[in-house]
Each structure stands twice: as structure tokens, then as C-alpha cells.
Design a protein around this ligand. Structure first.
Ligand code: NAD
Length: 415
């Protein structure tokens, strides 16, 4: 059969026409489909674009609102994961611990504060709550703690006489069992531990100023023994763990420290005088006021603690300000800085009140390159500003009062 005969065959011709029509319909349908797909894609792109256009300013607004009303943290340095140590501060909601937490947070470390809030306050650290590098744990160091850390600053302990004498057994437990627990943790996780000891380990010293080599003169059964002996045995524990278990320890013997967030009614010279001057009360000086004291500002101490922790000095180091002033000088300086008209009232001497307490800081200078730098007046002005703010905040609530000491002629005087 030739092509001509095929074309002339009407049945075959019909079949060919039907096939051609079918092919045409299929190709048109295919084209239509691809056109619709292109249209759909364009359509969805268009919709996406317009949705994005509407949403973008909303995101900006949300971000703006977050910045405006969400927590604003102090600026924090960025550290790579390798350098970002995990640091535990026991007693970190207290006076010194909260300033240390501020420094370590701003330096970019991960900080865990552990505190039982006996003398500390959440308010001291609440400016960090919610920050990704910060954690606050309500925990008593007398109970064991299981966390992973690289460094431990062990500061948990009441520090002022009224606080540590309030429950002497608990003070002993905190400094003994609490320190054992923290040394156990340091051993388990291979962390370095810095213990916050005190100048009170020198007791009523027979040597001035007191170098680290001085063994002290402590009454083991006196009212302060729960603190003094608690700190002394805690130092002993640190060196036993170092010797027997290879724990890396640092011991800071801290001398009197002052600054914002210190306890307003802890009965110490600086807080008493500031409170009395601000409240227009007489500034109480025991005895002639010729005995001397030396105080360091809290930021100096914090820098010393960090320098010691990161040094290779494992024997005890004094951290304090050797600049001595008589009590009478302190009273007049503080009264003048406050701008108060309070008079100075001389009361009878307090028994066992040391005539002098003064740190020898040559070791810290030589081995840590550390010495206090904040001038007394500057530190006092910042502390007075803090006391003023606190008094305004507490105006309708509890009003702190300066604590009076027991004197020779008034043994039942309010402490
Ligand atoms: N401030 C000073 O002048 C001074 C001087 C010498 C030594 N120190 C030492 O420095 C450290 C800090 O002193 P501070 O002046 O900040 O005192 P602070 O009372 O303000 O702080 C101590 C913190 O430890 C917490 N704490 C107490 N017992 C605890 C326990 N069992 N478990 C968990 N937390 C507990 C308290 O709640 C508080 O937050 C103390 O170890 C103190 O002995 C301070």
C-alpha cells in the first residue's frame, strides 16, 4: 500500500485526523499546565513578597519592643567556647560575691552563683537573671553539690560578727562541711578552688602589720571562734586536699572591705558611721578613737581574687589596703563626705577590740602584681551614694540602725 492510497482511504484518513486532533489537544493541555505552573510559582512568589513586606516592619517593631522592655544586661565580652570557663561562686549573692559575679560575667565567662540567701540577696545579682551565661542556684553548701565547673570561688560564709555569731554552729558547719563539699567537687571535676579566708585567722595579732607567715593569736573558745577557727580549719582542709588529692587550691586572706551592697547594719565602723551620719545620729566612737583600721574598696578586692585565682601561687596571700586611719579620722571624713551635722560621741572602750589591724601586702604585690588603687574618698563616696539609695528604697519598710557594741562599762549594750 502506497502513501497515496493511504491518504485516499477515507477510514484511514479519519483515523489520522482523530490522532492529529488528539496530539494537538495533548500538546495544548501540556502547554496550559506549564503556563499555569509558572503562573502559580509567580503568584506564590508575589504573595510571599507582599507578606514579607507586611511582616518585616512588624518584626522590627517586636525587636524594638524587646529591646525596650526586656532585660537589659551590662555589656558582656564575647569569649570563644575554649576560653569561656565555667565558674562557680559560692556565696555569690552576697556583698563580695555579687561584685565578683559582675566582673566575671562582664569578662565573658559562664557564672553559676550558689547561695542559701542567709545574708545574701537575690537583688544583688538580679541584673543577670535570664542571661545565657548566668545561673543562680538556691543551695546550702553544707549539702553536696554536683555540677561541672572549671573554677570555684568559695565565698559562702557569713562575714560580719553579728551574722556569724547569730548561729555559731551553722557558721562552723558552713566553713567546715561546706568547704569539704566544695573541695570534694573540685576533686571530682578537676576544678581549681579559691577559698575566701580572712584576716581573722591572725586573731588578736601580736605582730603589725601581719604577713602571711604569721601564725596568729586566736582564742579557740571565744565568741568569734566559730568564724576564726572555722576559717583556720578550712585553710587546713584546702592544703590537705592539695597534698593528698592533688586539688589545685588558692587561699586569699581578706582584710576589711567596704563598698556598695555591703550590709548596712553589720555593726562595722564604715557602715555604722555612714548610717549614723545619713540619719543625723551621733557617730559613736569607742574609747579615744586613736586605734586604727584599714579598709579596701570592693573592686580592688575582686581584682585581687581574680589575679590570685589565675596565678600559680598556691600558698595564702593577704588582700587588703595597708593605708591606716584612726577611727576618729574615719568618723570626721565620713561625716564631711555625707555633709552631716552629726556630733561625734565617745563611748567606753569595747573589750578585746584590736588596737590595730593592718595587712602586709608585699607578697601580693610581688607575685600577683596587685595592689589596691581606689582612693578612700572615692570608695566612700560610692558607698555613701549606695546607702542613700537604699535608705530611700526602704523608707516605708524596715529602717536599718547602726549597731552598738558591748562596752566595758555597759556589758549589756545592744550589739
Ligand atoms: N567583707 C569583708 O570585709 C570580708 C573580710 C574577710 C573575709 N571575707 C570573706 O569573704 C566572703 C564573702 O563575704 P561578704 O562580705 O560578701 O559576706 P556576705 O554575708 O555578704 O556574703 C556571704 C554569702 O554567703 C552566703 N552563705 C552563707 N552561708 C551559706 C551556706 N551555708 N550555703 C550557701 N551560701 C551561704 C550568704 O547568703 C551570702 O550571700 C566570706 O567568706 C567572708 O568570710 C569578707
Amino acid at each position: 500500500m502506497t502513501l497515496g492510497s493511504l491518504v485516499t482511504n477515507p477510514r484511514i484518513m479519519k483515523a489520522l485526523i482523530v490522532l492529529a486532533l488528539l496530539a494537538y489537544i495533548v500538546s495544548v493541555w501540556g502547554n496550559l499546565k506549564s503556563i499555569r505552573m509558572v503562573n502559580d510559582e509567580e503568584q506564590s512568589k508575589k504573595i510571599k513578597r507582599s507578606v514579607e513586606e507586611v511582616i518585616a516592619p512588624l518584626w522590627d517593631k517586636i525587636h524594638e519592643l524587646e529591646l525596650g522592655t526586656g532585660p537589659k544586661y551590662p555589656p558582656v565580652k564575647f569569649l570563644s567556647e575554649k576560653d569561656r570557663k565555667r565558674i562557680l561562686i559560692t556565696g555569690g549573692a552576697g556583698f563580695v560575691g555579687s561584685h565578683l559575679a559582675d566582673k566575671l560575667m562582664m569578662d565573658g565567662y559562664e557564672v553559676t552563683v550558689v547561695d542559701n540567701f542567709f545574708t545574701g540577696r537575690r537583688r544583688n545579682v538580679d541584673h543577670w537573671l535570664g542571661h545565657g551565661n548566668f545561673e543562680l542556684i538556691n543551695h546550702d553548701v553544707v549539702e553536696p553539690l554536683f555540677i561541672e565547673v572549671d573554677q570555684i570561688y568559695h565565698l559562702a560564709s557569713p562575714a560580719s560578727p553579728p551574722n556569724y555569731m547569730y548561729n555559731p554552729i551553722k557558721t562552723l558547719k558552713t566553713n567546715t562541711i561546706g568547704t569539704l563539699n566544695m573541695l570534694g567537687l573540685a576533686k571530682r571535676v578537676g576544678a581549681r578552688l579559691l577559698f575566701a579566708s580572712t584576716s581573722e585567722v591572725y586573731g588578736d595579732p601580736e605582730q603589725h602589720p601581719q604577713p602571711e607567715s604569721y601564725w596568729g593569736n586566736v582564742n579557740p573558745i571565744g565568741p568569734r571562734a566559730c568564724y576564726d577557727e572555722g576559717k583556720r580549719v578550712a585553710e587546713t582542709m584546702c592544703y590537705a586536699y592539695q597534698k593528698q588529692e592533688g586539688v589545685d587550691v588558692r587561699v586569699a586572706r581578706i582584710f576589711n572591705t567596704f563598698g556598695p551592697r555591703m550590709h548596712m547594719d553589720d555593726g562595722r565602723v564604715v557602715s555604722n558611721f555612714i548610717l549614723q551620719a545619713l540619719q543625723g545620729q551621733p557617730l559613736t566612737v569607742y574609747g579615744s578613737g586613736s586605734h586604727t583600721r584599714s579598709f579596701q574598696y570592693v573592686s580592688d578586692l575582686v581584682n585581687g581574687l581574680v589575679a590570685l585565682m589565675n596565678s600559680n601561687v598556691s600558698s595564702p596571700v593577704n588582700l587588703g589596703n595597708p593605708e591606716e586611719h584612726s577611727i576618729m579620722e574615719f568618723a570626721t571624713i565620713i561625716r564631711d563626705l555625707v555633709g552631716s551635722k552629726s556630733r561625734i560621741a565617745n563611748l567606753p572602750e569595747v573589750p578585746d577590740d584590736p588596737q590595730r589591724r593592718n595587712p602586709a601586702i608585699e607578697k601580693a604585690e610581688r607575685l600577683l602584681g596587685w595592689r589596691p588603687v581606689v582612693p578612700l574618698h572615692e570608695g566612700l563616696n560610692r558607698t555613701i551614694a549606695y546607702f542613700r539609695r537604699e535608705l530611700q528604697l526602704q523608707a516605708d519598710e524596715y529602717r536599718p540602725r547602726a549597731r552598738l557594741a558591748r562596752t566595758r562599762h555597759q556589758p549589756l549594750h545592744r550589739l
